[in-house]
Design a protein around this ligand. Structure first.
Ligand SMILES: [Zn+2]
Length: 103
């Protein structure tokens, strides 16, 4: 597999795992636990973020999957036509590769 195709496959696997993790999380349990934090000093902005985090994780990973599908790699990027990783794939990899611990 070409390095660019391998990078694309690696990113796709990372995003797929993130989506699966979010999809398997129980939103009702998250809401219950968030409710249990009432009165513990949790500020409203943090509570609001936590209340949306599950949905945001699902939506963000689905959107990234769409971007990766648009920039899929055969002999070149299907969207940009570059033979090296395109700017979009490089940008996404700069964010996710260090987090995953992948080389
Ligand atoms: Zn591209």
């Amino acid at each position: 597999m070409r390095p660019s195709a391998r990078l694309h496959a690696e990113l796709t696997a990372i995003i797929d795992r993130a989506y699966e993790a979010a999809d398997q999380a129980d939103g009702s349990v998250i809401r219950t636990l968030l409710g249990d934090l009432t009165g513990t000093g949790l500020d409203q902005r943090t509570a609001a973020f936590l209340g949306q985090a599950h949905r945001l994780a699902l939506d963000t990973t689905a959107a990234l999957t769409s971007v990766l599908d648009t920039h899929r790699f055969g002999s070149c990027c299907s969207e940009c036509g570059t033979s090296d990783p395109c700017r979009t794939i490089r940008g996404i990899s700069e964010i996710f590769i260090p987090i995953s611990g992948a080389p």
